[in-house]
Design a protein around this ligand. Sequence first.
Ligand SMILES: [Zn+2]
Ligand SMILES: [Zn+2]
Ligand SMILES: [Zn+2]
Length: 326
Amino acid sequence: MQKAEKKESLTLYRDRNVQILLSKFLNGEIETLEPVYDSKAGYRYPVVEAIVGDASQVEPFLSKLHAAGVLEKKLYDKTIFCPKCGSANVSFRYCCPFCRSFNIQKSSLFEHVKCGYMDIEENFLEGDKYVCPKCHETLKKVDVDYKKAGIWCTCEDCSKSFDIPVPVHFCRSCHTDSTFEEAFIKDVYSYTLTENVKAESFLNWFLVAAIREFLTKEGLTVESPALLKGKSGANHSFDIVACRGDDPQKMIVVDLATSTENIVSEQPVIALFAKIFDVSPERAYLIAIPKLGENGKKMAELYNIHAIEAENQEKAIALLKTSLKT
Ligand SMILES: [Zn+2]
Ligand SMILES: [Zn+2]
Ligand SMILES: [Zn+2]
């Protein structure tokens, strides 16, 4: 993942709606996010609509996650919209190339192998048997006595015959015909979680769950993720906020920072400092998996942030436990 994408995805992870969608991917509720067809609106993503609340926000939301490298997309289908009224309730008609009527009959073209006579299937039919109209021989076996030589269409309106019909879109809403050139066609995608995001968020997800459980066992009231209002009036989100009793002065905030490149930068230290400056918790923890860079360590000390470096969740919890007692 690119650096810019990475930073972007970290900001995204703080978004409540993103967290809800990711949790559905991570707990197995969604493996692939597939669109559901609705004859009026075209394809929709009801799961995402329920999260973002507003159907018009679904596409920008998914595009944002795709652009940030969180979601991978795959072409699922194409929706055809009526160029006149915009409805997705469009049907496909095969029409006569001569008079444009959709009142055409499709037949199979038969060939009698022995005499070479060719005609449409209906003209070979005599009762429930196939009989050659030219030499009157009865045809029994396909590919032996007779061959299917293709498709033949006849227009019921102008009586002309042809082998390839012309496709026309018919809008069921406003009853307008449109051609391929006129139609508005839109790509529809299915989405999956990017592999490295899966690994990264899995780590975050399980780590947060484990720490939450540990703090609850320690008798603290835990909220995760949590939104706290600062002195400035701004809201700040933390991965975990824990309180002893109802005393807001005894509040502990925890943020997690994981790095797939082995060293966590000072960025999460700075971000956490900006938040605790406004919120003033009793204690602030930054759990860096697996390591915090030198600059980050210096800054954490300066900003009075307890930095915990651990390569796995057991070690992180053990260090947190020791630190809580001091
Ligand atoms: Zn229409
Ligand atoms: Zn015709
Ligand atoms: Zn024949």
